[in-house]
Design a protein around this ligand. Structure first.
Ligand SMILES: [Ca+2]
Length: 230
Protein backbone atom coordinates (compact mmCIF):
# COMPACT_ATOMS: atom_id res chain seq x y z
CA UNK A 1 0.00 0.00 0.00
CA UNK A 2 2.16 2.88 -1.13
CA UNK A 3 1.53 6.13 0.63
CA UNK A 4 2.83 9.61 0.01
CA UNK A 5 3.25 12.09 2.78
CA UNK A 6 4.40 15.64 3.10
CA UNK A 7 5.82 16.25 6.53
CA UNK A 8 7.32 19.67 6.12
CA UNK A 9 4.78 21.55 4.11
CA UNK A 10 5.56 24.69 6.10
CA UNK A 11 9.17 24.45 5.02
CA UNK A 12 8.12 23.91 1.41
CA UNK A 13 5.91 26.95 1.49
CA UNK A 14 8.64 29.01 3.06
CA UNK A 15 11.06 27.85 0.41
CA UNK A 16 8.53 28.80 -2.26
CA UNK A 17 8.37 32.34 -0.99
CA UNK A 18 12.13 32.41 -0.86
CA UNK A 19 12.39 31.39 -4.46
CA UNK A 20 9.97 34.08 -5.50
CA UNK A 21 11.93 36.71 -3.61
CA UNK A 22 15.12 35.53 -5.20
CA UNK A 23 13.59 35.71 -8.68
CA UNK A 24 12.58 39.29 -7.97
CA UNK A 25 16.00 40.04 -6.57
CA UNK A 26 17.73 38.49 -9.55
CA UNK A 27 15.43 40.43 -11.88
CA UNK A 28 16.43 43.66 -10.17
CA UNK A 29 20.07 42.76 -10.51
CA UNK A 30 19.69 41.92 -14.18
CA UNK A 31 17.98 45.26 -14.83
CA UNK A 32 20.82 47.01 -13.08
CA UNK A 33 23.23 44.99 -15.13
CA UNK A 34 21.56 46.08 -18.36
CA UNK A 35 21.74 49.72 -17.37
CA UNK A 36 25.34 49.57 -16.32
CA UNK A 37 26.85 47.07 -18.72
CA UNK A 38 28.72 49.84 -20.47
CA UNK A 39 30.46 50.55 -17.23
CA UNK A 40 32.05 47.12 -17.44
CA UNK A 41 30.56 45.87 -14.23
CA UNK A 42 29.51 42.55 -15.78
CA UNK A 43 32.11 40.51 -14.04
CA UNK A 44 31.24 42.02 -10.65
CA UNK A 45 27.49 41.36 -11.01
CA UNK A 46 28.06 37.89 -12.37
CA UNK A 47 30.19 37.10 -9.38
CA UNK A 48 27.54 38.51 -7.06
CA UNK A 49 24.87 36.32 -8.66
CA UNK A 50 27.00 33.21 -8.33
CA UNK A 51 27.76 33.95 -4.68
CA UNK A 52 24.10 34.66 -3.92
CA UNK A 53 22.96 31.47 -5.66
CA UNK A 54 25.41 29.42 -3.64
CA UNK A 55 24.21 31.02 -0.42
CA UNK A 56 20.56 30.30 -1.31
CA UNK A 57 21.21 26.64 -2.08
CA UNK A 58 22.84 26.23 1.30
CA UNK A 59 20.00 28.01 3.08
CA UNK A 60 17.13 25.84 1.79
CA UNK A 61 18.83 22.50 2.39
CA UNK A 62 19.52 23.20 6.05
CA UNK A 63 17.28 21.58 8.63
CA UNK A 64 18.12 23.96 11.41
CA UNK A 65 19.26 27.53 11.69
CA UNK A 66 20.72 29.61 14.49
CA UNK A 67 20.74 33.38 14.57
CA UNK A 68 21.65 36.10 17.04
CA UNK A 69 20.51 39.73 17.07
CA UNK A 70 23.30 42.17 17.91
CA UNK A 71 22.80 45.68 19.27
CA UNK A 72 23.66 48.29 16.69
CA UNK A 73 20.93 50.69 17.71
CA UNK A 74 22.90 53.68 18.94
CA UNK A 75 21.00 56.94 19.39
CA UNK A 76 21.51 56.88 23.10
CA UNK A 77 19.71 53.53 23.43
CA UNK A 78 21.72 50.63 24.70
CA UNK A 79 20.46 47.15 23.85
CA UNK A 80 21.80 43.80 24.92
CA UNK A 81 22.51 41.29 22.12
CA UNK A 82 20.07 38.38 22.16
CA UNK A 83 20.88 34.82 22.99
CA UNK A 84 21.03 32.35 20.09
CA UNK A 85 17.69 31.38 18.52
CA UNK A 86 17.65 27.95 16.84
CA UNK A 87 14.87 26.71 14.57
CA UNK A 88 14.70 22.95 14.07
CA UNK A 89 12.84 20.91 11.45
CA UNK A 90 11.27 17.60 12.56
CA UNK A 91 10.26 14.79 10.21
CA UNK A 92 6.87 13.35 11.16
CA UNK A 93 6.02 9.74 10.32
CA UNK A 94 2.97 8.42 8.48
CA UNK A 95 1.78 5.18 10.06
CA UNK A 96 -0.54 2.63 8.45
CA UNK A 97 -2.30 -0.21 10.23
CA UNK A 98 -4.78 -2.95 9.39
CA UNK A 99 -7.30 -3.70 12.18
CA UNK A 100 -10.20 -6.03 12.60
CA UNK A 101 -13.66 -4.62 13.33
CA UNK A 102 -12.94 -4.69 17.07
CA UNK A 103 -9.92 -2.48 16.52
CA UNK A 104 -7.30 -5.16 17.11
CA UNK A 105 -4.18 -4.37 15.10
CA UNK A 106 -3.43 -7.10 12.57
CA UNK A 107 0.30 -7.77 12.38
CA UNK A 108 1.93 -7.93 8.97
CA UNK A 109 1.33 -11.34 7.40
CA UNK A 110 -1.93 -11.92 9.28
CA UNK A 111 -4.46 -14.17 7.58
CA UNK A 112 -7.80 -12.69 6.59
CA UNK A 113 -10.76 -14.40 4.96
CA UNK A 114 -12.58 -13.59 1.76
CA UNK A 115 -15.65 -11.54 2.63
CA UNK A 116 -14.15 -10.31 5.93
CA UNK A 117 -14.42 -6.59 6.66
CA UNK A 118 -11.37 -4.88 8.13
CA UNK A 119 -10.16 -1.34 8.74
CA UNK A 120 -7.14 0.46 7.42
CA UNK A 121 -5.86 3.26 9.65
CA UNK A 122 -3.51 6.08 8.66
CA UNK A 123 -2.17 8.34 11.37
CA UNK A 124 0.35 11.09 12.01
CA UNK A 125 1.54 11.97 15.47
CA UNK A 126 2.61 15.61 15.65
CA UNK A 127 5.03 15.26 18.54
CA UNK A 128 6.03 18.92 18.36
CA UNK A 129 4.39 21.89 20.05
CA UNK A 130 3.93 23.59 16.68
CA UNK A 131 1.04 22.99 14.24
CA UNK A 132 1.92 20.81 11.23
CA UNK A 133 0.25 22.71 8.41
CA UNK A 134 -0.92 21.53 4.98
CA UNK A 135 -0.46 17.81 5.59
CA UNK A 136 -1.15 15.76 2.46
CA UNK A 137 -1.60 12.00 2.19
CA UNK A 138 -2.18 9.88 -0.90
CA UNK A 139 -2.91 6.17 -0.50
CA UNK A 140 -3.97 3.56 -3.05
CA UNK A 141 -6.10 0.55 -2.20
CA UNK A 142 -5.09 -2.73 -3.84
CA UNK A 143 -8.30 -3.38 -5.77
CA UNK A 144 -7.37 -6.97 -6.55
CA UNK A 145 -7.38 -7.77 -2.84
CA UNK A 146 -9.80 -5.32 -1.23
CA UNK A 147 -13.04 -3.50 -2.03
CA UNK A 148 -13.72 -0.14 -0.40
CA UNK A 149 -16.92 0.11 1.67
CA UNK A 150 -18.60 3.39 0.63
CA UNK A 151 -18.91 6.23 3.13
CA UNK A 152 -16.62 4.59 5.69
CA UNK A 153 -13.94 7.28 6.03
CA UNK A 154 -13.64 8.70 9.56
CA UNK A 155 -11.14 10.79 11.47
CA UNK A 156 -10.19 11.42 15.08
CA UNK A 157 -7.87 13.65 17.10
CA UNK A 158 -6.17 12.38 20.25
CA UNK A 159 -3.25 13.60 22.37
CA UNK A 160 0.21 12.97 20.96
CA UNK A 161 1.63 9.66 22.11
CA UNK A 162 -1.76 7.94 22.44
CA UNK A 163 -1.46 4.15 22.08
CA UNK A 164 -3.41 1.90 19.71
CA UNK A 165 -6.23 1.32 22.22
CA UNK A 166 -6.64 5.01 23.01
CA UNK A 167 -6.76 5.91 19.33
CA UNK A 168 -9.48 3.34 18.74
CA UNK A 169 -11.51 4.31 21.79
CA UNK A 170 -11.69 7.97 20.84
CA UNK A 171 -14.64 9.64 19.11
CA UNK A 172 -14.49 9.25 15.33
CA UNK A 173 -16.05 11.82 13.02
CA UNK A 174 -17.40 10.67 9.62
CA UNK A 175 -15.93 12.22 6.48
CA UNK A 176 -17.55 11.99 3.06
CA UNK A 177 -16.15 10.16 0.05
CA UNK A 178 -16.71 13.33 -1.97
CA UNK A 179 -13.78 15.38 -3.27
CA UNK A 180 -13.60 19.10 -2.82
CA UNK A 181 -12.21 21.80 -0.61
CA UNK A 182 -15.75 22.93 0.40
CA UNK A 183 -16.42 19.40 1.63
CA UNK A 184 -13.98 17.99 4.20
CA UNK A 185 -10.37 16.86 4.54
CA UNK A 186 -10.52 13.42 2.87
CA UNK A 187 -11.97 11.70 -0.20
CA UNK A 188 -11.74 8.59 -2.35
CA UNK A 189 -11.96 8.26 -6.13
CA UNK A 190 -11.49 5.65 -8.84
CA UNK A 191 -8.00 6.09 -10.26
CA UNK A 192 -8.75 3.77 -13.20
CA UNK A 193 -8.09 0.11 -13.80
CA UNK A 194 -10.73 -2.16 -12.20
CA UNK A 195 -14.02 -0.45 -11.37
CA UNK A 196 -14.27 0.83 -7.82
CA UNK A 197 -12.96 3.51 -5.51
CA UNK A 198 -9.29 3.09 -4.73
CA UNK A 199 -7.45 6.42 -4.40
CA UNK A 200 -7.70 7.95 -0.93
CA UNK A 201 -6.32 11.42 -0.37
CA UNK A 202 -6.24 13.55 2.76
CA UNK A 203 -5.63 17.29 2.72
CA UNK A 204 -4.96 19.44 -0.32
CA UNK A 205 -3.28 16.70 -2.35
CA UNK A 206 -2.65 17.78 -5.94
CA UNK A 207 -5.18 16.27 -8.34
CA UNK A 208 -7.62 15.32 -5.59
CA UNK A 209 -7.82 18.41 -3.43
CA UNK A 210 -9.69 18.34 -0.12
CA UNK A 211 -9.79 20.86 2.68
CA UNK A 212 -6.34 21.76 3.96
CA UNK A 213 -5.33 19.53 6.85
CA UNK A 214 -3.53 21.24 9.73
CA UNK A 215 -2.65 19.09 12.73
CA UNK A 216 -2.29 21.07 15.97
CA UNK A 217 0.82 20.74 18.08
CA UNK A 218 1.00 17.72 20.40
CA UNK A 219 -1.93 16.06 18.62
CA UNK A 220 -2.19 12.72 16.81
CA UNK A 221 -4.68 12.67 13.93
CA UNK A 222 -5.91 9.40 12.47
CA UNK A 223 -7.98 8.54 9.39
CA UNK A 224 -9.65 5.15 9.03
CA UNK A 225 -11.79 3.43 6.42
CA UNK A 226 -13.29 -0.03 5.95
CA UNK A 227 -12.74 -2.53 3.18
CA UNK A 228 -13.94 -6.02 2.33
CA UNK A 229 -11.38 -8.72 1.57
CA UNK A 230 -12.02 -9.99 -1.98
CA1 LIG B 1 -14.80 14.29 1.56
Amino acid sequence: MPGRFYTNAVDQETCGHGERNIKEWVSVLLNKFAKHKRRKTASVLTSALIVFTVLFIWSVTAFSATNVAVNQAGGGVSLVPSGPVTVNSVQLALNKQARDLAGVVLPGGSNVSSGQNIYFVLYIDNTTGTPANDIRISDFLNETEFTYIPNSIETTLVPSGSNDAAIWASVWTPLTDVVGAPDDSASITDSGGPAGLDQITVGAETGQVNQVLNIPGNVLQAIRFRVTVN
